[in-house]
Ligand binder design. Structure first.
Ligand SMILES: [Zn+2]
Length: 98
């Protein structure tokens, strides 16, 4: 088993798995403009055309997830730690420590 690796796919934290995020200009529009629209001088000053509302997430390159290879023995360590924490938490609750 030594040396074996598996591919782990993790949901992208930045876009929450959507693969796209709001364009920053629209965030500004929603936060600062009462109408929530990008119009007039602000657009002319900052853009040559109105930007799309959603753009590809750069963190995951639009996939909605990231992938990494993980060694199986390392993975077993993570699982053991998680199990230990769970037991620790439930014991702590029983004893009124948490
Ligand atoms: Zn993403």
């Amino acid at each position: 088993m030594a040396g074996k690796v598996i591919l782990i796919r993790t949901r992208c934290k930045k876009c929450q798995g959507k693969g796209s995020i709001s364009h920053w200009a629209w965030k500004v529009a929603y936060e600062e403009c009462s109408s929530g629209e990008l119009t007039g001088d602000w657009i002319k000053k900052n853009f040559t055309k109105i930007p799309p509302k959603e753009v590809k997430c750069k963190e995951c390159n639009g996939l909605g997830y990231t992938e990494e290879w993980e060694n199986i023995s390392q993975l077993k360590k993570y699982i053991d730690e998680a199990e230990r924490d769970k037991v620790h938490d439930s014991l702590g609750k029983k004893l009124g420590m948490i």
